[in-house]
Design a protein. Structure first.
Length: 121
């Protein structure tokens, strides 16, 4: 078990709120480097992942959701309505005042990770 070479430094930097750039080869554990800090982040914060690979984004969103972790992907294949719904989910108030119980429910459903394609970044 444990971290692979380079992962720990990246995770620590992101958890501490510092920027980090990491370029690892395929299969080197990049996903852990951005998923773990997003899950450890304070309530109301989320991780933003920019990826050019729509299939990979969708696969990771599906895996996260299957594990009970709210996640979403915004890319060119999304309809305008889907994009609007995802963006609305990021704002737990829905752009207006909400009752505390409703707000807690919306925050619990808010994506912890948002995958974004470069053309929408």
């Amino acid at each position: 078990g444990g971290f692979r070479r380079g992962q720990c430094a990246v995770v620590e930097a992101l958890v501490e709120g510092r920027d980090a750039l990491y370029v690892f080869p395929t299969g080197a554990g990049k996903s852990l480097c951005y998923q773990l800090p997003a899950l450890l982040a304070d309530e109301g914060r989320f991780g933003l992942v920019i990826s050019p690979l729509i299939a990979l984004m969708e696969d990771q969103v599906q895996q996260l959701r299957a594990a009970g972790i709210p996640a979403a992907a915004l890319h060119s294949e999304r309809t305008a309505k889907e994009k609007e719904e995802i963006l609305a989910a990021l704002d737990p108030t829905g752009g207006r005042a909400a009752q505390a119980s409703t707000l807690r429910s919306r925050i619990a459903e808010r994506p912890r990770l948002l995958y974004l394609s470069p053309e929408l970044a």
